[in-house]
Design a protein around this ligand. Sequence first.
Ligand code: GLU
Length: 449
Amino acid sequence: MSSIDEKLQDVYDEVLRRNPGEAEFHQAVREVLVSLGPVVSKRPEYVDAAVIRRICEPERQIIFRVPWVDDAGRVQINRGFRVQFNSALGPFKGGLRFHPSVYLGIVKFLGFEQIFKNSLTGLPIGGAKGGSDFDPKGHSDAEVMRFCQSFMTELIRDIGEYTDVPAGDIGVGGREIGYLFGQYKRITTRYESGVLTGKGLTWGGSQVRKEATGYGTVFFVSEMLQAAGESFDGKRVVVSGSGNVATYAIEKVHELGGTVVACSDSSGYVVDEDGIDVDILKEVKEVRRGRIADYAELRGGDVRLGQAGSIWDVPCDIALPSATQNELNGADAVTLVKNGVTIVAEGANMPATPEAIAVFDEAGVRFAPGKAANAGGVATSALEMQQNASRDSWTFEHTEERLAEIMRSIHDRCAETADEFGSPGNYVAGANIAGFVRVADAMLALGVI
Ligand code: GLU
């Protein structure tokens, strides 16, 4: 694995000291610092004005109690978080994750990634993330509603169209955004559509927002393929996960001529050589909120249910890890390379471990990091904010064209920046540097705040 430039080592040591026990946050910071060596050589003012040290410290962190009453009348307690990481480019922007694994270190890693991702979109949005250790799985709609109402009753102090605009992430979809928006509207007595994104189409949402992260990842890969004179035609693709990102990535791969032969959830994976049937997947996951085994049962035929080993044992040309952080490790990467993978693009946030990325590098596999490849979700959130601000709503075709353009420009910016800083073909370096420079220049302009 590459190392951190000596001028930045004390920044990293300070991050470790200030944020003990937050392994995912350390990992996310390290990956960015490793890329910034060539930048500080050219632009020492970023070190002199402590821009990099400041970027590693959130502007504001909020932790709150979320009490709610379950269907049996018992009081339940969860913990809520919002980390407002950086607002140099615009209001804080980033999703909420409801999952039992959520703690401050996860929220900080996600918030930190979001700064650079949002910068790469070229749109005026700062970086933030939030969430709770609440698990919507296994709870009734009424319980999810009461939880969301209690969560918003606290969060409301810190968000707003011009301050901080949350959205969804793992465990937070249209249902949760609806309950959160409802409670916001009730408390403020104002219809402020621009306070949340990922809303439903009849109450201020944008076309393509639901599809945007998955579609965007596939548009990004399409640009990588085109840059090498290739296309999705005839490509075998594996997509891990079966949530919002994975579902719409699969849909778009099929539209562009590739075949997705496997997808997964935390209970296992399915291999469907004829191509995953997206309608059945949506029925299982969006309507029934069921498990991946239900897909195999509904689909019938030759679908294989894999429980031993991992989805990364399934041979493919292109792998799109779209489930969660650190789901693809060094050993998985070795298997993928052995089986002939040529492109890996992160649909999820930080799904590949540093060891896996090193294996891909070594083998010449083209690798796209999440902050570039999955930026389509938040970019379309910014388009939703634009529509809310102008009280307009755009067609599906227009919005999808804007998304495709944004992904093209992120791809090109990453590729050009990697060239400029001496790492041609390295999308990790390109994304980290291009994302950083835009935020850093704004921070310099705004002074020491
Ligand atoms: N949670 C998504 C992400 O990781 C989207 C955030 C948003 O739309 O604000 O980028």
